[in-house]
Design a protein around this ligand. Structure first.
Ligand code: NAD
Ligand code: UGA
Length: 313
């Protein structure tokens, strides 16, 4: 198949390109190298496959490129490009989120409706739930985002649903729950924690550390994308989680074991927009996609630690 991956140079997008190429697909990748984190990291993400003969890369902005040309001969779109990050989405920054998350999604869907795609897989987020009183979070829960980022991800997810209902664009939205592993974005918790440990600095914990997250290893997220291509039901939305609800402060003893170092903790104030708990109900993904997370937290964190030591050396 000819696949288009948006956000191809990002954390998840680059892993997905690599896997699609491994499966024998042709891959076009687009990424505008937004400045949320350094371009050098994104170039390093692309490096292992940038010269692959089935890979084409467009260093462009979805909002500016001729999407008609980009989507010609494409069978499936994986739409991951976005301004990520919950805590940075307040204030003036919000326009970056509306432009890259909402407007860019609307433009690509507008173009997609003219082509007969096999699948349009959208990278949605657990942030659409907000502080849900109902745990685990089911796709049918009431959605009440708690951050401007969550609002923008939900708006884009709603756009996917309405382009399916009105124009038959074969969208499948996957709500990823906090993704970790090699290549993780530098603003995210485990990347920051491992970096601090390596530099013998204290780890910053936002709030009291009693918040919980359903952490999902990158390979499980990629597997969910791959199976969605064939098994994802058009117009449907699926939670993609790691299968566990972990209390943040309980993870530190595991980090100490992995890094073989004593950790220093520094408590900081709770960040606006951060929800207290996430936990995915993944029954729907199990039934329709045959999805079940395979990588345990200790294995996944070990891999991230191995990666970060190489990356920061
Ligand atoms: P990332 O920032 O590493 O990757 C996103 C990429 O999109 C970046 O490289 C950026 O340059 C690119 N981009 C942004 N706007 C663009 C535009 N207008 N045109 C072209 N490229 C553009 O983030 P990530 O962690 O890999 O997240 C990928 C997707 O998954 C995002 O949609 C994010 O909202 C979603 N998601 C991520 C997580 C997570 O835990 N990482 C969880 C839930 C959902
Ligand atoms: C992550 C991603 O950053 C979002 O892009 C994504 O949409 C979201 O997951 C999702 O699941 O939808 P978040 O859960 O905040 O958001 O992921 P982390 O940055 O890894 O934070 C996890 C927890 O650690 C949060 O409770 C956060 O407050 C805490 N944290 C983070 C700290 O205590 N200290 C830090 O230095 C960083």
């Amino acid at each position: 198949m000819n696949c288009l991956v948006t956000g191809a140079a990002g954390f998840i997008g680059s892993h997905l390109c690599r896997r699609l190429l491994k499966e024998g697909h042709y891959v076009s990748g687009i990424d505008s190298f937004t400045d949320y984190y350094p371009r050098s990291i994104k170039e390093a993400n692309l490096a292992p496959f940038s010269k692959h003969k089935k890979f084409k890369f467009f260093p462009e902005d979805i909002n500016r490129i001729d999407l008609n040309k980009l989507l010609q001969n494409i069978d499936a779109v994986f739409h991951l490009a976005a301004q990520a990050g919950v805590r940075a989405s307040w204030g003036k920054n919000f326009s970056i989120y509306t432009k890259n998350n909402i407007e860019a999604t609307q433009k690509i869907l507008e173009t997609a409706k003219k082509y007969r795609l096999t699948k349009f897989v959208y990278a949605s987020s657990s942030s659409v739930y907000g502080s849900s009183p109902e745990l685990p979070m089911k796709e049918t829960n009431i959605l009440s985002p708690f951050s401007p980022y969550g609002v923008s991800k939900l708006a884009a997810e709603n756009l996917c649903s309405l382009y399916f209902r009105n124009y038959g664009v074969p969208t499948v939205s996957l709500r990823f729950f906090t993704v970790y592993g090699p290549g993780q974005r530098p603003d995210m918790a485990f990347h920051r924690f491992f970096k601090a440990i390596l530099l013998n600095k204290p780890i910053s914990i936002y709030g009291d550390g009693k918040q919980t997250r359903d952490f999902t290893y990158i390979d499980d997220i990629i597997e969910a994308n791959i199976v969605s291509l064939v098994k994802g039901k058009e117009g449907e939305i699926y939670n993609i989680g790691g299968g566990n609800q972990l209390i943040l402060k309980n993870v530190f003893s595991l980090l100490e074991q992995i890094c073989q170092k004593k950790i220093q903790l520094q408590y900081e104030k709770k960040q606006k927009g951060d929800v207290l708990h996430t936990f995915a109900d993944i029954k729907k993904a199990y039934v329709d996609l045959d999805y079940s997370p395979k990588v345990r937290l200790d294995e996944g964190l070990q891999k991230e630690w191995n990666w970060i030591q190489r990356y920061l050396s």
